[in-house]
Design a protein around this ligand. Structure first.
Ligand code: MG
Length: 278
């Protein structure tokens, strides 16, 4: 069952989304050489408290922190701690969420720590982010879930291959419905699977978190003994980008983007829905 939201509920989700955007801005600024991932978690915790919001990550399935901090070969679900000190040249994916009035937001980005990153790392993050936007641009009335998967995979496959061989589109994790809970039906693959069918039709009130994860090597991953940290099997570095998106009568609204997705969607010839809080 897919939860369909009213306009009022989408406005609440927009509030949660803007808290997530504020966490992104603050943690992005704090992700500098010498900072620990625990420091970033503290920054996120403060932003949530300042907004009177609640954390949806803390305690989720026993998760012990407010954000996920995934450095270099860690794909997702890295646990912030005091011993992980960011170094010049690292990349870090920060995944954050918040709840406002019972409604959830969830989004992630990859940041470059310090300077001097190899061009293939810069390109990896760009391709991952842009594949997310291609997926968001496919959130259209009348499309089906598979059209989002197709747009994400298609974007990645059209890019020049990296020097390492090819991009690995992580298969074990994907996007998800979001609303009164953080993770809801439907599950969204970042590639097209013939086994999965076309999925539900996209209608006004449909909300989805779109989150491609891409590596410079394998698509395969494993989980560390802490039961959370997800690594690529070949230790290739990876990127993770995510936004929560609502479909309205007037098109997609990117709940976790400050401008509602307006600028990036325009590049895809899509008009973002008006911001209900503006
Ligand atoms: Mg998510």
């Amino acid at each position: 069952m897919v939860e369909i939201k009213t306009a009022e509920q989408i406005a609440k989700m927009r509030e949660a989304g803007l808290v997530v955007a504020a966490i992104h801005a603050a943690t992005r600024e704090a992700a500098v050489p010498g900072a620990t991932t625990k420091d970033l978690d503290e920054v996120a915790r403060k932003v949530i408290a300042e907004h009177g919001a609640k954390s949806n990550f803390l305690g989720y399935g026993g998760f012990p922190a407010t954000i996920c901090t995934s450095v270099n070969e860690v794909v997702v679900h890295g646990i912030p701690d005091e011993k992980t000190v960011l170094k010049d040249g690292d990349i870090i994916s920060i995944d954050a969420g918040a709840i406002v009035g019972g409604w959830h937001g969830d989004a992630a980005f990859t940041a470059f720590v310090g300077t001097g990153h190899a061009p293939e790392l810069i390109e990896l993050s760009r391709v991952t982010e842009e594949s997310m936007w291609a997926g968001i641009a496919a959130v259209k009335n009348g499309n089906r879930l598979v059209d989002i998967s197709k747009a994400i995979e298609g974007y990645i496959r059209r890019q020049p291959r990296p020097a390492t061989g090819k991009y690995g589109i992580i298969e074990d994790y994907g996007g998800h419905g979001i609303g009164s809970e953080m993770h809801m039906d439907p599950h969204l693959l970042n590639y097209v699977s013939r086994k999965r069918g076309k999925g539900p039709k996209l209608v006004p009130g449909f909300c989805i978190a779109i989150e491609p994860m891409v590596s410079l090597g394998t698509a395969r991953t494993h989980v560390l003994e802490d039961d959370w940290t997800v690594l690529t099997d070949d230790m290739s570095w990876s990127s993770h980008w995510e936004h929560s998106v609502a479909l309205t009568e007037e098109g997609p609204l990117v709940l976790t983007a400050v401008d509602g997705g307006k600028a990036k969607l325009a590049e895809y010839g899509v008009t973002a829905a008006p911001d209900p809080l503006a």
